[in-house]
Design a protein around this ligand. Sequence first.
Ligand code: SF4
Ligand code: SF4
Length: 463
Amino acid sequence: IVLLVLLAPTILCSSYTNPKPIDPIYWPDKFPAKKHCSKCGLCETSYVTHVKDACAFLGDGMKRNIDGLESSVHGRRRKIEDTHIVADETRFGVMHTPMFLARGKRIPNAQWTGCVTGIAVSMIQSGMVDAVICIASEDDGSDEGWSTPKPILARTADDVLRGRGVKPALAPSLNVLDELRDSPDIKKLLFCGVGCAVQAFRAIEKELKLEEVYVLGTNCADNSPTPEAARNFLQRSVPDLLDGKKIQGYEFMQDFRVHVKYDSDTLPTPNYEKMPYFCLPGDVAQFAIADSCLACFDYTNALADVVVGYMAAPIDTSSFQMHASQQTITVRNSRGERMIRNAVDAGRLEIGPDATGNGRHEQFASATVASDNIVQSMIGGTAQDKGMPRFLGELMATVLTSIGPKGVNFARYSIDYHVMRNYLHIVDVWGEADAHKMLPEYANSIVQHYVNTDKGFCQIVEK
Ligand code: SF4
Ligand code: SF4
């Protein structure tokens, strides 16, 4: 497998001399990273010739991109330290200022309050950029539009607004790069994307020969491989809800529940169904999470100038609604600072206090890894195929939310869990020696911390 992965780019590059948009039925077989391809879009453009140096999922790509490009993008690498300060750079990446909370000026049909869309709209309206690469819907307005990502090169605020709402499936953000190359009037660009796409974009950024480039990222973990898988996930998880409802989106939230947002027939604001994680069918993770996301160590989007997320934000469990709640913003450099200032000046962003957190996160992370179905199936353990009864799942979610880590510490719990689970995945697929070549330095420090302090994790590693 390792040999195939290493040879694949050479073999496939030769067949990509005249790239054309690729029919999804050929994904992932026709892509160099094969089943670990995150469908970032690079291989559907003429820039595929750079795939060996850009792809996050070929060889040591994830480590090479994160450890190798942080300095050139942000002016320095993150500080890796075994520390428990509130928002540590080990996990959250380079920080130009402390991570803070913010709300967007409410944009209807945005997933949250519209922080990402508001920053992008303010940049194009102020002339800071000529165009924005963002993800609209394949089928705007249709019942399935919420789940079907379509990258666009947006030139107006109205185009950018088409990108509002989070699409829960892999999105080929870079597949508009040839359109950009053929648009000589575009000199200043904002690229919006998740970590794996931002890595590939940063690796080829100089080839675009633009005067100014800004990158606006989002936190990201466990995306669905296809829109169909995302819709199947909801159909399996909340079947009663879907009947006749127009879904707007869903998120895995800090109260250990999946929040599904759908149109209200009578109110101007959306409705929510909240299902405890523990009630989900045990096998949903197997088909609803892309293999690339199991080999990903870029949850916090290391190479973006600004990152918007929600895992480190507070959650008011009694009345929480994502379309009205705060998110977190990480500014990584002075470009990012200008982006935020521009959005605030335009009245598109309302800045709150610095993000804070409390509660121990490590025991929660260890326990989640030990009970995880994906981990259990790797080590020949017992995977649960049925979720808990609803009343028990609600009780469990309520208790864990009350005693568990909060704010920034919840995000640290989530990051540590994903780093450990994904480390086990890459060891399982590629073997320990190659896995260590792929692991960014920060992720290695987290893995080593648990290996040194957690007997249960050590035993799983040994299996
Ligand atoms: Fe190509 Fe992107 Fe897939 Fe890597 S992740 S194989 S660069 S499309
Ligand atoms: Fe890409 Fe990683 Fe997000 Fe998956 S989890 S879509 S690989 S950034």
